[in-house]
Each structure stands twice: as C-alpha cells, then as structure tokens.
Design a protein around this ligand. Structure first.
Ligand code: DC
Length: 216
C-alpha cells in the first residue's frame, strides 16, 4: 500500500507523514531530502545551481540512499547537512531541473517496490505514484506555515523575523508551483487537508480515519 502526502513547506506534512508511517507500521520516504542531497552535492562542487547541464551531470553521478532515518549521499551521512539554510535556498532551483527529477523519480519508484510506505513530497500523488491507494494534499495558510518554520528555526538557535520566513516560503512555493516539470498541485483524487488550525495529532487521526474508511 502506497500513501502519498504532498504539500508545501511548513504545512506539517513531514511530521504527519512520519507519524502516520509509525502508526501504520509501514516505511517512510522523505523525497524532499533527496532533492536536498543533490543540492548539497551541487554546493560542495561549487557549481552554479542554475547551470542545468552541470547540475544534471552531478545528479547522474550520485548515489542517494537511506539507512533507517539517515540520509546517505555517496554513502556519507548527510542527514543534518541537508537542512542548512544554504541547501534550503537552492533546493527548489535544483528540483526544477528535469534530469534531476527523472533520476529521483526512478529511485523513488524503486523504493516503492520494496513494500508499503508513506511517501511525502510535492509530486508523489501526481507523478511518482499515480496509482497510490491513498493520496493527501496537506496545506496551511502562509502565516501559519511561517510561524511553524520560525519555531523550528528557533529550536535550532536561528532567530529570523516572521517577514523574512514568509518571504522565503513564498518564493519557494512560487518556484515549486510554477515549474514546468511536476509542479506542486494536488492530485485530482487527493483529499486536501488544511492544517492551519489543527494540531499534528489531529491531522494524523484525520488521515488514519480516512485510510481505515471510518470517514467518507
Ligand atoms: O520538502 P523539502 O523542503 O525538504 O523539499 C526540498 C525542495 O525539493 C523543495 O523546494 C521542493 C522540492 N521537492 C520537489 O520538488 N519534489 C518532491 N517530491 C519533494 C521536494
């Protein structure tokens, strides 16, 4: 069984997807981490993120894998490194590269063949797993998402104004929504959940109810 959860940054989708996978005792795939891994490799190679053919060449030569909840790039643990603001800033540019997407989509489908999982990203219900049994699109208004992101950053010791966080989210949303290849949109048969006024626990319960058929 494949369950897809797509949606913008700060919507709560990652936390919800992880908890849902635990509750259902199935695998979990964070596809954003894979785009971040390519972004990190591009930064490390000091390559211009807008140079599509150079980025494609880097992507072709990489090995990306997971070891439980650790992300490995060429067998090196980069789980924390892919969360830096530098990686975040260029990840949506990297994700608009069709060759990068092609490679990662193939990898995601291979992982999907290993068994049941909850997979989260932007295109999981639309492009990668169009036949998934359950599809969700998790969204929240910009301010609610920015407040969550601001709290996460504060937790890591980074203080940023709500305006700056909102601007960064808006810029990333726009790139993800308007790109030519696999733009972020809800799949036609996805259930759209607005989490602006809901707790993570409430969202998880809501999805479980849907999956187990307790709600129409
Ligand atoms: O979810 P995230 O912030 O870790 O994602 C990082 C970037 O990768 C973000 O700009 C959106 C992009 N992405 C994508 O285009 N497709 C996916 N399936 C997952 C993430």
């Amino acid at each position: 069984m494949i369950i897809t959860i797509d949606g913008p940054a700060g919507s709560g989708k990652s936390t919800v997807a992880r908890l849902l996978a635990q509750r259902l005792n199935v695998g979990f795939l964070d596809t954003g981490a894979m785009y971040r891994a390519v972004a990190l490799a591009v930064l490390n190679a000091a390559t211009d993120e807008n140079d599509r053919s150079a980025v494609a060449q880097i992507a072709r030569g990489l090995t990306i894998s997971f070891d439980k909840d650790r992300l490995l790039l060429n067998k090196q643990d980069v789980t924390s490194e892919v969360r830096t603001p530098e990686v975040t800033a260029i990840s949506s540019i990297i994700a608009s590269n069709p060759i990068v997407r092609e490679r990662l989509v193939e990898l995601q489908r291979d992982i999907g063949k290993l068994g049941s999982m909850v997979t989260e990203g932007r295109d999981q219900g639309t492009v990668v797993f169009p036949d998934a049994e359950h599809k969700f699109f998790v969204k929240a208004d910009l301010e609610a998402r920015a407040r969550r992101r601001q709290r996460e950053l504060a937790y890591k010791g980074v203080v940023q104004s709500i305006r700056v966080v909102m601007d960064q989210l808006r810029q990333r949303d726009e790139r993800d929504e308007t790109r030519e290849h696999a733009p972020m949109i809800p799949a036609k048969n996805a259930i759209v959940v607005d989490t602006s006024d809901l707790s993570i626990a409430q969202v998880v319960e809501m999805l479980i109810d849907r999956i187990q058929g307790r709600k129409p």
